[in-house]
Write a protein that binds this ligand. Sequence first.
Ligand SMILES: N[C@@H](CCC(=O)N[C@@H](CS)C(=O)NCC(=O)O)C(=O)O
Length: 206
Amino acid sequence: MLTVWGHRGSPNVQKVLWACEELGLHYVLKETGGAAGGLDTSDYLARNPNGRVPTIEDGGHALWESHAILRYLAAKDPAQRLTSADLRSRAVIDQWLDWQCAHLAPAIRALAVLVVKPRSTMPTAQEIEAARSGILPLLRLAERELATRDYVAGARFTIADIPVAISYNLWKIMEPAWAEFPALDAWYARIGQRSAFKPMSGQRRV
Ligand SMILES: N[C@@H](CCC(=O)N[C@@H](CS)C(=O)NCC(=O)O)C(=O)O
């Protein structure tokens, strides 16, 4: 049995829960972080010295960092449904996982701290424009790529789709009227058909 520590409001936890659902894994979610707290206990820090969620434990082996967890779960699946046994195809999946983590997620977060997270002051129009200008080139890149294929890393759904979709969901929550990305919207609608998408259902969706 797999144990996941985290809470459903966390985008990084959502990635892991979504992958578990895709793979049909039985797991227990131990509510941690967010309103549940518990990230600073010695028990939790022994499993995850970084003190963040998600963390998993599988057969006594603890692992943290959401993308490391996605890679682990996908690689462990004998059928390799969410990854590829082919070295180059797997490297492309890794490329998009790293792109989301290094570029897209920080850009989205920069806007979220202005318009979603509680703040004592209203953000200025210039602050919002600056944050948008960090996101839009990245989404335009993704738009061009997704105009050429059905999924982020190729012709089928893989773990590369999960973080990008979670970031795109946050973008759509923050900018619901933005209509510049038809290929991204079509891909997101395609992904929304997946029954394993339900870990996201605690979040507002487009
Ligand atoms: N790079 C880490 C980031 C982990 C992270 O920052 N998690 C956030 C939630 S998304 C967290 O633990 N925040 C404290 C909390 O939720 O209480 C990962 O991908 O797992």
